[in-house]
Design a protein around this ligand. Structure first.
Ligand SMILES: O=C(O)CCC(=O)C(=O)O
Ligand SMILES: [Fe+2]
Length: 400
């Protein structure tokens, strides 16, 4: 694996997220607005929101004070590499965005984005289970086989979807959903996170994120159960950047079980590594994946008593407390070997009741990824928005 230097974070990078004066003609973002000058407060109220026929609502642009904060103060600190366990390859920025700006961004995204409480049916053999996703979700982006291009001048609402290779219009039948371009506010963040990643990789490889998934955990009752983001549609060794905003929550990780008798004593927190691959490799179907995350919550362990262990390593769970502005980048073999979760949090303590937003950036390589992400993060139910007076998500539209 390529060696990364953390010092590189404080050197100027060719991939630094200098905001272009105008958006490129070809992009997955839904706006084409020049950046405000840091002192120009008038722009804050006049920048038009991102609009697109696929959006249920116009989505506001970042207020200039947040944008300036992101532009000048990220990464707030060099990341820590966590790779002291088998197959684990993480970058932990603590924080990536300075706390005050991260808290403003949390309030902004909660207020401005459309959210969904998705229900779906998980099938396991002949058994069907109705799942209520235990958090609010929303998603933007399209896999790499399609691209949004601007049809008329710099009017972002005229972004149309074309085939990436041929530039011909994408047939309506290609997707079971209507892909949404990443709105300007999240696209700004995407470019910054990409640049931070490129700096962290010795080969300066840009992960080229084309999806942005957002989770909102309203309280300690909201959660995501143990899963890995290792679907085939993300390609091998996916790079997933995961940003936390708002209330602090625990991020748990545990190694997947091994195939051939490696689990010798889970209660003692020990597993034995052989050359065998982890049990649950890439390619789980979407239904399996979601049923793992939301209903079952963990994968079964397998052991076959005949095999010979080669080495022992601790199998303790890893716990990382994620505060506002912190970012974890999961890379390399992490997804195919490790599970992660945000467990429910009991109690009435402030951090247990405070909301948290998680933004992940990923790259999907085939249309199956687009169908999957919209199915499980937008679904076919109602659209909700944050109500500042009621201090909760309120149903705004029954069918978007
Ligand atoms: O909220 C988080 O930090 C994790 C979210 C996550 O794992 C996911 O959306 O796949
Ligand atoms: Fe995940």
């Amino acid at each position: 694996m390529a060696k990364r230097t953390l010092d590189a974070f404080f050197r100027p990078s060719s991939a630094a997220p200098k905001r272009p004066k105008t958006e490129p003609i070809e992009s997955n973002t839904a706006t084409a607005i020049s950046p405000p000058e840091p002192n120009d407060t008038s722009i804050e109220d006049t920048n038009p929101p991102s609009q697109h026929p696929s959006y249920p609502i116009p989505i506001a642009q970042l207020p200039s004070h947040i944008e300036v904060g992101l532009e000048h103060a990220t990464p707030a600190i060099a990341p820590r590499e966590i790779s002291n366990r088998p197959h684990l390859d993480l970058l932990h920025f603590q924080p990536y965005i300075p706390r005050p700006t991260a808290n403003e961004l949390f309030e902004f995204l909660r207020r401005e984005l459309p959210f969904y409480r998705v229900q779906y049916t998980a099938r396991r053999g002949d058994t069907k289970t109705q799942i209520n996703t235990p958090r609010w979700t929303t998603v933007f982006g399209v896999d790499e086989t399609s691209t949004f291009i601007q049809e008329q001048g710099d009017d972002p609402s005229s972004l149309v979807l074309v085939e990436t290779k041929t530039k011909t219009p994408t047939p309506k039948t290609k997707y079971q959903c209507t892909p949404r371009p990443i709105p300007a506010c999240l696209d700004f963040l995407r470019r910054q996170v990409e640049a931070a990643n490129a700096t962290a990789n010795a080969d300066n490889k840009n992960p080229g994120y084309n999806f942005c998934l957002v989770n909102y955990y309203a309280s300690g009752d909201d959660s995501i159960a143990y899963h890995s983001d290792d679907e085939r549609f993300l390609g091998s060794e996916p790079n997933i950047a995961s940003l936390s905003l708002g209330g602090e929550r625990d991020f748990l990780m545990k190694h997947k079980p091994f195939v051939s008798g490696e689990i010798v004593d889970r209660t003692a927190g020990e597993c034995v590594l052989s050359a065998a691959r982890a049990m649950s490799g890439p390619g789980s179907t979407s239904a399996t994946w979601r049923s793992c995350t939301d209903s079952v919550g963990t994968l079964n362990t397998v052991s076959s008593p005949g095999s010979r262990p080669a080495a022992t390593v601790p199998l303790q769970q890893i716990k990382i407390s994620l505060g506002s502005g912190d970012m974890v980048v999961m890379r390399g073999a992490t997804q195919s070997n490790w599970l992660h979760s945000i467990p429910k949090r009991k109690g009435k303590a402030w951090e247990a009741t405070r909301g948290r937003i998680n933004v992940t950036f990923r790259r999907a390589v085939v249309p199956g990824g687009t169908n999957n992400y919209y199915h499980y993060n937008v679904g076919s139910g109602g659209m909700y928005r944050w109500d500042e007076v009621a201090r909760e998500m309120v149903l705004r539209d029954n069918n978007v």
